[in-house]
Design a protein around this ligand. Structure first.
Ligand SMILES: Cc1cc2nc3c(=O)[nH]c(=O)nc-3n(C[C@H](O)[C@H](O)[C@H](O)COP(=O)(O)OP(=O)(O)OC[C@H]3O[C@@H](n4cnc5c(N)ncnc54)[C@H](O)[C@@H]3O)c2cc1C
Length: 457
């Protein structure tokens, strides 16, 4: 008999897994409270990290070679798709000072090790600049003066031509259509597609197995395995995840450029303008990246998006009694969409704009919003069977930690390997993505409700 799988969440994780499970012969149904069949992933007010015009594609991961390699595997796949969902605009990594920071040096060393050095161009490096001129990249090694410096010093920078961006919403819609064509069933909507609860049954030896799920309209959907892939909402659906994950908010602001403004339209096009990331400060004593801001080239509609991840805001609320982990009886979950980024985050974005997009310095934002991360305790994803439930009946596929969108074309293949083979999976990601309540909570998750990032204080 064909094994049946319910997946909750039709974002990057749910879609990628659904496609691969279906290819592996499973009978798959995906549930989502948003109706993506109707809005085609284009309602940018929706609270799902995957619903977004663009996300950075990068293979630069410092010492984390496993993600560098996964990213290059994904890049190859994006290129083979050949449908423009990946744009190789390049990414200029601007440093906090004139010099290259330690993370940048680690990245260059690891990219050199994997034969990618030729795709990097260090500003001011004669050989690199000559090569950039030959290959048509030189105009994208943009130069920015360090404000307040007497001698007109410039920020150090590296143009990384392995990088660029993906058209995230369009890619999700593409994968949704692909999944549907393969025969994956989708149940959408605030009633029919909205997860209510797991259906559990006691096993012969007194354990508990998940035998399906209930949706808000009262329907029951039985399946051999139920997968939680609900992004920043995952802990609320499966409180057993509470030790692993924390929802936190990134601040996003957008400008709109008028196509009639030929100068700006041209200057900020992906052909002329790379993704730019700027580390406002060097890494802190704990090695944590603090204060980075990034901007994308304009979209076809003229939207220029800027993100600030210097502070990822938490939103602590009372944790439910069945939560397996809480801090002062609280946990951080997404706030309602009416809650907007605080002035301090907008000020950081404005500072970035004044240096990197000077023409937009006095232009009001077109929109601002929070976009919710699903941070894991160590920035690794969480893809595994949930040990509390018998018969491999409950699986999780989440914990994107702000960097999973780029992996859409390959994530599912690695996740299916774990889904099918568990401990014996061959993917090199298995040890990183396993259920790991034995690992210390770091990555900011140790702060709790009294920490400085809590919006609800
Ligand atoms: C600010 C920000 C910037 C980022 N930048 C990048 C980047 O530059 N590059 C990159 O690679 N990655 C980036 N990421 C990470 C990437 O966007 C995420 O890792 C990825 O989109 C997460 O996908 P997901 O499927 O886990 O979650 P989501 O996209 O949130 O999808 C989860 C789905 O579950 C559904 N759901 C929730 N609750 C229920 C329920 N009760 N019933 C039914 N359905 C439900 C939601 O509607 C949603 O559709 C960024 C993330 C953020 C927040």
């Amino acid at each position: 008999m064909v094994a049946t799988v319910n997946i909750v969440g039709a974002g990057i994780f749910g879609l990628s897994l659904a496609v691969e499970l279906k290819k592996n012969g499973y009978n798959v149904t995906v549930f989502d409270k948003n109706n993506y069949a109707e809005d085609e992933y284009r309602n940018f007010e929706v609270q799902a990290a995957s619903v977004d015009q663009n996300k950075i594609f990068r293979a630069s991961y410092g010492k984390k070679l496993h993600y560098q390699r996964l990213a290059m595997e994904a890049r190859d796949r994006w290129e083979k798709l050949g449908n423009g969902l990946f744009v190789a605009s390049g990414m200029l990594r601007v440093q906090p000072t004139e010099d290259l920071g330690s993370l940048e040096q680690e990245t260059i060393a690891n990219m050199t090790r994997d034969g990618l050095r030729e795709m990097l161009f260090v500003k001011g490096h004669a050989d690199d600049e000559a090569r950039a001129k030959q290959q048509g990249w030189f105009e994208k090694i943009l130069k920015f003066s360090i404000p307040g410096e007497q001698q007109n010093k410039e920020f150090g920078a590296v143009l990384d031509t392995t990088a660029g961006f993906t058209k995230c919403s369009a890619a999700c819609y593409y994968y949704y259509c692909l999944a549907k064509d393969l025969g994956v069933q989708f149940v959408f909507g605030v009633d029919a597609g909205n997860f209510d609860s797991l259906i559990k049954e006691e096993t012969e030896n007194g354990g508990s197995a998940v035998v399906g799920l209930r949706t808000k309209n009262g329907s029951e959907h039985r399946a051999d395995t139920t997968v939680i892939a609900a992004g920043s909402f995952s802990t609320q659906l499966l409180p057993e995840l509470a030790y692993h994950l924390e929802s936190s908010a990134g601040s996003v602001a957008r400008f709109e450029i008028d196509p009639q403004d030929v100068f700006l339209w041209d200057k900020y096009s992906p052909e002329k303008f790379p993704v730019i990331t700027w580390k406002r400060r060097a890494r802190d004593g704990a090695g944590k990246d603090v204060g980075s801001v990034y901007v994308f080239p304009r979209t076809e509609e003229g939207i220029v998006k800027i993100g600030y991840r210097g502070v990822k805001y938490t939103h602590f609320q009372p944790a439910p009694a069945n939560s397996t982990f809480s801090q002062d009886n609280q946990w951080s979950i997404p706030a309602s969409p009416e809650i907007k980024p605080p002035q301090v985050a907008l000020d950081a974005i404005q500072e970035f704009v004044s240096i990197f997009l000077p023409e937009l310095k006095d232009v009001p934002f077109y929109s601002t919003k929070f976009c919710w991360y699903t941070d894991s305790l160590d920035n690794e994803f969480v893809v595994d069977h949930v040990p509390q439930y018998a018969n491999n009946s409950c699986f999780v596929c989440t914990g994107g930690s702000g960097h999973a969108a780029k992996f859409l074309p390959v994530l599912g293949e690695h996740a299916v390997d774990i889904f099918v083979h568990g401990e014996n999976a061959k993917t090199p990601l298995r040890p990183f993505w396993r259920w790991r309540t034995d690992v210390e909570r770091k990555n900011g998750l140790e702060e709790g409700p009294s920490g400085p990032r809590n919006l609800a204080k």
